[in-house]
Ligand binder design. Sequence first.
Ligand SMILES: Cc1ncc(COP(=O)(O)O)c(C=O)c1O
Length: 380
Amino acid sequence: MKIPLFKIYWDREDIEAMNKSIKRGMNWASGPNIEKFEKLIAKYVGRKYAVVLNSGTSALHALLIAYGIGKEDEIIVPSFTFIATANAPLFVGAKPVFADIEDVTYGLDPEDVKKKITSKTKVIMPVHYGGAVCKEIKELQILAKKHKLLLIEDAAESFGARLDNKKTGTFGGVAMFSFCQTKVFTTGEGGCIVTDSKDISEKLKLIRSHGRAEDKNYFSNKEYMDYLSLGYNFRMPDCIASLGISQIKKVQKLIKIRRDKAKYMTSILSELKLDDIIIPKFPPNLYHIHQEYHIRVKSGEKTRNLLKEYLAKKGIGTRISFPPIHLSHFYKNILGYSDKLNITEKISSQTLTLPLYPVLTKEEMDYIGKEIKIFFKKNF
Ligand SMILES: Cc1ncc(COP(=O)(O)O)c(C=O)c1O
């Protein structure tokens, strides 16, 4: 690909941080960088505690265990998301129940969520999509409070995004972020949970490390360290946390670059005046971090797929984020889901994610715009 869908931003400080960790020749697993990274995350987000783990998926899994969610429980999730959002309830024996989304920020639609609440519902789990904040997050908060449900923000894709100046990760009882390689800052793989509850943060630390009380470094400590609960190995390695520290220090700069690039991309696409393309437009009170930049093809799936193929031939990487989960083979044919989610299905059939990342150049964005224009001229 001439222009891949994403490129990771890295610099000399990242290399030096990793170098330093590697050269210690010890403490690659547990070490001092974990807590340091957690403190930086908690401070940035504005929560009392952060617990880092080896992926966002582990984070979702661990937090459902920490809250005692299990068999017979239902969790309301969107279908327009990455598969891990819906799979996490299954990991603990609970049932993901799909609700439809609104068509501006593609967050859960409170009206449809209301319809899906039953006596078994324990959690509402909205996803902040692609760098946005769910535009209806305050309604979802009210709904959760009214029905005494836990609100978990799947903020995997939206670290640093804000609605009315309130950051993602501060709307729910608890929230999770992913640091996988496409995210606004990254540790390759990694994830995190933020909360104001000391009790939950302590439970999470047990769950991520075999149920072991981690008050000392297990690998250098010679005394017996007791096992207090069932746990997994969901730990983030210390050397990876050192990369996280180096990356999070520049997150505000990276967000600003992304926002500027998204603005430029929008100006190019707007100038094309193509009737079949919907360019993203967000409410003015939303501070979008543009982890993704997507367009929608009004006429739907067939044209969208042809455009995707055409751009691939021109060396431009794109992706469909996301095909609806309820229509996947696993959910439809193996688990037997038969939902009809009109907005989810419509948006999924139209959406196309274009490249957008800090080192993407103006010339590359001009080229993407030019090729989109040629495609529509040739085909219509
Ligand atoms: C919305 C959403 N939830 C959960 C995850 C899972 O995170 P991870 O890939 O770090 O396991 C992702 C993936 O990036 C995601 O986009």
